[in-house]
Design a protein around this ligand. Structure first.
Ligand code: ZN
Length: 462
């Protein structure tokens, strides 16, 4: 097609739209005139604008109207909903210009398809004045989402009396036009609400808390809590220490206030009675204690399943606890060295592999008791730990001062269960059997020291 014919065609198009054909001469001779007219005269064409932004020039309004109708039909067919109007503002403005570079019908259709959203009558579920918004098909559907969330919070509440169920957030349902392609199903909205947002929270360790109780209170596993706090030693929590908690928080939280009544035990007390019949540090149960029982009614406030407030409303004692009675020894460790006096407990189970006294390698200041590494070593009597560290040939060594000039020494240990300054009771685990220091195999070297001199332990042991 040569240039002249093209000009003629455009012109033809123009005059046709004007609704008149009387200028259509159809003569080739007229083409020249037409070309001149077309070039030299301002012609009326149309500018297509979507939301105030020019998209291009179109030859006629009809092209746009047609494209809009088609796009609307496509949107309706795809969603099964009735479209009310276009979400975007589509304008066709008449302009007078020399421009004759028009968009094709296909281009117009594609632009409309791509840029124009459609509105339908629906409802919006609005959280905290627009913090989160969900478009749903009907008001009833939005209400169903809220009912479902409450239902979920009330499941598994046992025989609790529910006092109120509310949302923590300001939640409203508004009927009105919503974008067709933003409409979600009930299941989709619930899933999004529950998937929630990731909130970075911290917890400051309080007195009496352990890694385990913190994990339980925030509904995370101990290993998850450990992963979030790689620097923290779970066995050495300090009061005031800050732990990281990365919790998923729902977009809508259900707050449930309920009343529950539970049976709880009342711990018994222990009455101690001093007796000279037992050594200091020794105890003897005279009467076992019994825990009491009570029915306690609490008002509990839960947010998304986590207890945030707990108030005691009422307590009824079913049975009182019965105190335990325990005799507590006051008798000091005697310094008698009569054989079999029995004032000291055996420090570790096992046989004597080397006795006290002179032997080929020199004087043996204690007894050796054969044992495996890790076997428990127990304090021979009540007292105070005065040494718990490496001590020359003794290796890892513990010395317990029993008062009255008597001490006992435990050598070659593999581990300590006490530290200097600890008060220990007779029979209390203080360390583990080992093979440290000058030692030819796992054993416990046990010494009895009276007023600074070692004595034959056999004379003191039970
Ligand atoms: Zn020894």
């Amino acid at each position: 097609m040569n240039n002249l014919t093209a000009k003629f065609k455009e012109f033809k198009c123009f005059i046709e739209e004007k609704g008149s054909k009387k200028y259509m001469i159809g003569a080739v001779a007229a083409a020249a005139v037409v070309a001149v007219l077309s070039v030299c005269t301002l012609s009326t064409s149309y500018s297509l604008e979507i939301d105030g932004k020019k998209v291009g020039n179109v030859a006629s309004k009809a092209v746009v109207t047609q494209a809009l109708n088609e796009a609307q039909e496509v949107a309706e067919a795809a969603s099964g909903l009735d479209v009310v109007s276009a979400y975007n503002t589509v304008e066709i403005k008449a302009v007078h210009s020399f421009e004759n570079d028009f968009m094709t019908d296909e281009e117009v259709a594609a632009v409309i398809q791509e840029q124009v959203d459609w509105l339908t009558e629906g409802a919006t579920l609005n959280v905290n004045n627009g913090e989160y918004k969900f478009s749903v098909a009907t008001e009833a559907e939005a209400q169903a989402v809220l009912d479902k969330l409450k239902e979920g919070a009330l499941a598994n509440q046992g025989d609790a009396t529910i006092k109120s169920v509310e949302f923590l957030e300001d939640v409203t349902v508004e009927a009105g036009n919503v974008k067709v392609d933003e409409i979600k199903t009930l299941a989709e909205v619930i899933a999004e609400v529950q998937a929630g947002k990731e909130a970075v929270k911290t917890h400051t360790v309080q007195k009496g808390e352990s890694f385990w109780t913190v994990a339980r209170n925030y509904d995370v596993t101990v290993s998850e809590l450990q992963q979030l706090n790689p620097e923290v030693n779970p066995n050495r929590l300090k009061i005031g220490q800050v732990l990281n908690l990365n919790c998923l928080e729902p977009l809508i939280n259900v707050v449930v206030v309920k009343e529950i009544t539970v049976e709880e035990s009342i711990a018994y007390a222990t009455e101690y009675k001093e007796t000279a019949n037992l050594y200091r540090g020794e105890t003897q149960v005279v009467k076992k204690g019994t825990n009491g029982k009570k029915m306690v009614t609490y008002e509990v406030k839960e947010t998304s399943g986590a207890v945030v407030e707990k108030t005691t409303l009422n307590e009824i004692v079913i049975s009182e606890p019965v105190s335990a009675v325990v005799n507590k020894g006051t008798k000091a460790v005697a310094l008698s060295s009569r054989s079999g006096d029995g004032i000291l407990n055996w420090p570790m189970s096992g046989k004597i592999t080397s006795p006290y006294g002179t032997r080929s390698s020199g004087f043996h200041s204690g007894i050796d008791i054969g044992g495996k590494i890790g076997r428990g070593v127990y304090s021979a009597a009540g007292g105070k730990v005065v040494l718990a560290s490496w001590y020359y040939a003794y290796g890892n060594c513990i010395v317990v001062d029993h008062g009255n000039g008597m001490k006992t020494r435990y050598a070659h240990l593999s581990a300590y269960k006490v530290k200097v300054g600890d008060t220990v009771e007779r029979g209390q685990l203080i360390g583990l059997c080992g093979n440290t220091g000058r030692s030819t195999g796992p054993h416990l070297h046990f010494e009895v020291i009276v007023n600074g001199s070692t004595k034959n332990p056999i004379n003191y042991l039970k």
